[in-house]
Design a protein around this ligand. Structure first.
Ligand SMILES: NC(=O)c1ccc[n+]([C@@H]2O[C@H](COP(=O)([O-])OP(=O)(O)OC[C@H]3O[C@@H](n4cnc5c(N)ncnc54)[C@H](OP(=O)(O)O)[C@@H]3O)[C@@H](O)[C@H]2O)c1
Length: 319
């Protein structure tokens, strides 16, 4: 069974269990587009759901559907053992939760889906445990419309026992992927996956602009590119190449960095000749040149890993 199939089975089992279990009361703090979707998912799954938002009117629709409106942060926090926070950022979370009465958080579990940095996630553990609360950090990797579906990717980090205690209730929001005990893991994965997403989207959009110079519509290009790109090329290269990345050894017998640098140079020059922006391929070329300058011209393309590791491992990047 593949990892993802195994995970899907596990998630299906968790969702299946839900039908037979009592529904944990849940409080959702923060009713922007995402927080409102999380609260709605809890209502849909039959959880007693308490909601609080700085701008109270945003709770009206949820209250009409059966949510209980808390009139204060203390009331919100003390209504449930599980408190899901979905605010703009960590400072907003502290600004709200510090309005709660002393001792209100003690014995409860805080699951924070607000956007932040690894350092902020680590600090939040001390903040929560200092108030007697357990803390999980969560990262929602799907748009609002996917929340509540079992295949919605939601990542968690923090103490395993705390995650296990609440896993069934957390599954109301979507698929539950546990990353590990280090609190910053969810935020770190979130940032890494977003970096991957933006780099990939920029790659597609630059390429669409390139064929667009011949009057090809982006939708026409996508018909070919979508099938070719991830399933036929990028995914197999990643799967075959990640052992090299983890070992730090990059045999170039099937294709090497010099060959790739020539190909990237063609992307750069063709972009210039066709009159489109060249910043994207220029960056690709500059990065590949650094790998070659560091003596990796004969290694395979995955040797770029050493450029990106930079100062951390004394790799090719340096500074
Ligand atoms: N929307 C998405 O597609 C999506 C996807 C994945 C993850 N996320 C994450 O989910 C979190 C929430 O996102 P969102 O889309 O719902 O909207 P958002 O604009 O990031 O956050 C809106 C929420 O934060 C509250 N807020 C902002 N500043 C505040 C402050 N100083 N004090 C108290 N409350 C404050 C807002 O209250 P008011 O209503 O009173 O302004 C509202 O409840 C973010 O961290 C975001 O990164 C969102």
């Amino acid at each position: 069974m593949t990892h993802s199939t195994h995970e899907q089975h596990e998630q299906a089992a968790v969702i299946g269990q839900r039908a037979a279990e009592d529904r944990t009361p849940v409080t959702v703090i923060g009713l922007g587009p995402m927080g409102a979707a999380l609260a709605e998912a809890y209502l849909n799954q039959g959880h007693p759901t308490t909601v609080w938002n700085r701008t109270p009117g945003k709770a009206d629709e949820l209250v009409a559907r059966g949510a209980r409106r808390a009139d204060s942060v203390t009331g919100a926090v003390t209504a449930s053992p599980l408190i899901v926070v979905c605010l703009k950022d960590y400072p907003a979370m502290y600004g709200v939760l510090e309005q709660a009465a002393d001792g209100a958080l003690a014995g409860r579990t805080l699951v924070n889906h607000s956007s932040g940095t690894p350092e902020q996630a680590r600090e939040a553990v001390g903040w929560a445990t200092g108030r007697g609360a357990e803390y999980l950090d969560g990262a929602i990797m799907v748009p609002v419309t996917a929340v509540g579906h079992p295949d919605a990717k939601i990542l968690y980090s923090g103490p395993r026992a705390v995650f296990d205690t609440h896993r069934t209730a957390l599954a109301a929001m979507g698929g539950t992927t546990y990353l590990g005990a280090e609190p910053e893991l969810a935020v770190l994965y979130n940032t890494a996956l977003l970096g991957l997403m933006y780099a990939t989207l920029n790659g597609f959009l630059h390429s669409a602009a390139l064929v667009g110079t011949a009057g090809v519509k982006a939708a026409t290009f996508a018909e070919l590119a979508v099938d070719w790109f991830l399933p036929s090329v990028v995914n197999p290269i990643i799967v075959a190449g990640v052992p090299d990345v983890d070992r730090g050894r990059y045999p170039g017998d099937l294709g090497n960095m010099e060959m790739n640098l020539t190909a990237i140079d063609h992307v750069l020059h063709t972009s210039a000749q066709q009159g489109i922006d060249t910043d994207h391929p220029a960056l690709l070329k500059a990065l590949a040149e650094r790998a070659v300058a560091a003596g990796r011209g004969g290694e395979n393309y995955m040797a770029m890993a050493e450029v990106f590791r930079g100062r951390r491992t004394g790799g090719a990047g340096g500074g």
